[in-house]
Design a protein around this ligand. Sequence first.
Ligand code: KG4
Ligand code: ZN
Length: 388
Amino acid sequence: MSSLLVLAIETSCDETSISVLQFENGFLRLLSNEISSQIKLHAKWGGVVPNLAAREHVKNIVPVFELALKNARVSMQNIDFIAVTKGPGLIPALMVGANFAKTLSYIWEKPLIGIHHIEGHIYANFVGLSQKSKVKSQNVNFPVLCLVVSGGHTQLVLMKDHLQYEIIGQTLDDAVGEAFDKVARILGIGYPGGPAIAQQAANFKFSILNFKSNSNDKISNNKTKEKSYEIQDTKYQIQLPRPMLNKPGFNFSFSGLKTAVLYETKKNPKLLKNKKYIAAVCHEFQQAAIDVLIAKTLKAAEKYAPKTILLAGGVSANKELREQLDLAIKKFIPDTCYMIPDTSLTGDNAAMIAAAAAFRWQKMNESQKKKAMSGWKNIQPDANLKLK
Ligand code: KG4
Ligand code: ZN
């Protein structure tokens, strides 16, 4: 098969992103992946404001488009087809990307296909980053079990083959990323909450480890003293629930965990000014979330015996989650492959949409490809699009 170029557009939330990706015989090569983030704009509101997001997409989409072509060293004539995130996401935001994609498709007479945002997150795992890299891509072993963790989704998705999805578990309320963001707001440590909480939790872990090693050095033969030091350092003994941990099935629930943090902080609001306390809460909250995510994934693996476990979505940037899931797989199901996206591709980006589109395109027959020529007429953004 000859080499094909796809131009992909992602505007489902607060990143305006356009990417050019080349694919040839199943190998994906990323040529450009431009991302204009609106984090600073939304930070003062403590969350994404849909109409503000749309206004920013309108402002940024043309410069991002120009940069994506320039950095890929291609022009629109070279592009074989266009892909755009169709949903789920914020409707005003999705519409900017969809309209831009439709206009390009109409003017340049290129096929246009719509991609599910979560399918994109999953396929971020198959993007080669360097110009030379030949991707792990199609050699993945099925069935694949995907742990999808983002700001809008928490799902366990079983894939028997490429592009085939069965949702075997999902959150009954808040998504895990949403819980990170809400807890960060309760603690007053900034937006987005995921990275802020991860940072605080890392400080806490570091201080404990550091402390233990110092105290061991000094008082290695005095067990009583050592113990009292540890208690001193872990002054804030916070215990949060692990929701749904022992419930049958593979669903999650994170809203109770968030409320437990709220109650914890209400016990003594003055402590919100204490850095060590904040770090201790962040550490316990993060660990509670990770414990549930890992336990349910392992339980699902027991039932479905996947050959590969894959992590996807914004929360997959979380270092502790990446490492602890790795350790758990090595310990309990060592024959299972473990894939994680490059940290540069965990958040929203168009490269992941391009990757999913490349796989879709290869599965399409001639009549489907012909139909994509009128994608500019047919594609409708859908805020609640289902993965199928
Ligand atoms: O996938 P994503 O970029 O957007 C959606 O599709 O929702 O995910 C965004 C979510 C936010 O909730 C953010 O706080 C979370 O991912 N996140 C993290 C980390 N980095 C981003 N959560 C935990 N740890 C992180 N390091
Ligand atoms: Zn996302």
